[in-house]
Design a protein around this ligand. Sequence first.
Ligand code: SF4
Length: 726
Amino acid sequence: MNHNTRLEDVFGNGGLLSRNVTSFEHRDSQLKMAEMVTAAFAEDHFCAVEAGTGTGKSFAYLVPAMLWCSNPEHADESVIVATSTINLQHQLVDKDLPFLKKALNLPLSYELLKGRSNYLCLRKLYEELREGPLLDTDSDDSSFSSGLTYLLGWAKRTRTGMLSEVEKPIDRQLSGRVCSDSDTCMKNRCPFREGCFVLQARKRAAEANIVIINHHLLFADILMREHEGIGADEQAILPPYDRLIIDEAHNIEKNATNYYTETFESLAAVRHLNDLHHLKFGMPRGIAVRLLPFMEKGNTLESFIAAGDRVRKAIDELDIQLYGLSGYAGGGSIRFTSGPSGLPADVLSPVVEAALLLSVELLHMQKECGSLAGLCRENEDSTPLLLELQSIARRFGKASDILVRFREVDELRHLIFWLEPVSFSRGRGSARMHITPVSVSHELFTHVFAANRTVICTSATLSAGSDFSFWEKQVGLFGHDDNRYFRERFSSPFDFTSQMLLGIPSDAPAPSEVLLYKSFVCDFTGKLILSSEGGTLVLFTSYALLREVGEYLTGVLKDQDIHIFKQGEMDRSKLLAEFIADEKSVLLATESFWEGVDAPGNTLRSVVITRIPFRVPTDPVVSARYDAVKESGGNPFTEMSLPEAALKLKQGFGRLLRHRNDRGGVFILDSRILHKYYGKVLLKSLPAARLEVREADSLLDSFENFLFADINADQIPSRHKKTLQP
Ligand code: SF4
């Protein structure tokens, strides 16, 4: 194949994919999507492509990108593919790209590039081995040094230096100490630059035709170019590029918001102070102490230590004032503003004053770090220490800058000030202090769309109903109806009416009837799990309800050989792997599990959506964004809350069918979907499955009939036979 290959010859009936993939079936939607992507490359378009489950969207953008790169005229170009999740990155790099490269027989290269902190820094590793821990650690010395020795051996074997590939678990503090970071990287002056994993990974990425990254790295590159004045035709973190594919694009705004959020955390400031100077068994330790031999005789650390003590005192004072907010937390984050949705002035002001005082002390400390660095001779031995010192000094400066802006919480209307409590006890509070932009649409439009020639944004959920406007407003594309921007929806090729029953129990109490509703969810979910013999994913919007339902199910199902997994019991990927491996198990989960659970085949036979996934209006970022819509004369419910819930509902709904042969039921236990005017809007946003609205018991009987319709009578589990219709 070559760059002139027709897409029909790849995706069509009898085409390359049908000859090479056993289960491949021609899908019109896949071919059309590939044609749209090809046109976007050739004619410099931005595209928003919603592709339902089963479209095969990764092939539909990878093949056009590969054909584009194989054209000798584009030999110098890099195509960037950014995803939101690690799982998708690995699917692209480990499965899709190797397969397509072989099948298309194209001389192309691709590379997975991660953020710097994912790679081992050889200089830091050798530094730690030579000197012992450069910074103080809580880990015991023997596990720390055995970890270092192990990493030394691993560093000689690994090709990538990615710490996620280390074969055995290593101490988290240790990996934090030896991972690369931009503040302390010596770059061209580094004696280890020849073997440096970060530089090698970036070099390979610069030479690759296709580079796979995550959304976060896309923004890190954008910010680096902006701050350091690096031109579009030069390498920053990424090679120069102007063709960009963003998969899982429904998350691009959320990831940009996280990236542009700035945070002060007093615990981190204390950790940095300890890194610089602290006492262990009465003996002074830390970077400053280790720099003493490089200073002229007669110099002391007196004023440096005094400045550090003043910062600690100011942190104490801030913690005392933060305790005054304990009554406003209500178990969640606090919007830090005055006015109707904010805090009384007598609660706000003491915190602001304490934050300002700390801000001043942090600036003094930054200056002290600068003075200390100025007193030290710079040589091979002192340079790593000086780099750490300067890195911490910069962080103090940044922290000071964040805190000082809390003085203007009511003036800086484009920013949201909010606190995330860590603990309130014994008269002291501890909280992360965040500043988040009200909107990131300008940044996204300017740096992602306007800066590139081709941008493909794709996901299974970009539109509510058929309306893209919510997502378009988030990313700055709304109203951009010129001849460069195109949007399209490609429906899933699955036959939802025969593969899926969408059940809504008509006798479910409203969620506002808290006790009745809770008891209904427990009872219905328990019976459903028995009906489908496990294989059930239960999606919650609140962790409290998850816990209560979990306790109930553990009790009623204890003799049924059905394992109940609960979110939080183990890390996400392990939890999913165990759930998928056990076809009779049940998974109870919230938030992030509404998407990214990919359990094809018989693993998943039923999905329960306990509540319509409206965002919590008391969340500070949500509440500030609602206020902004109101102030501009809009309706936050119809413009934000409803479309956002529709997208999330569609994500949850999409968990069930991952393959043409999958079959099962999705059950929505929130009666508002039947009785409120917006229920119709939400239902319309879902693919048209076989909808059944009945009383709970009748619905469960109907589901059993549906689920076992094609199964021989002797294969039906005995407990179901009594309910099945002849
Ligand atoms: S160049 Fe930077 S990341 Fe690489 S080994 Fe040196 S200090 Fe570490």
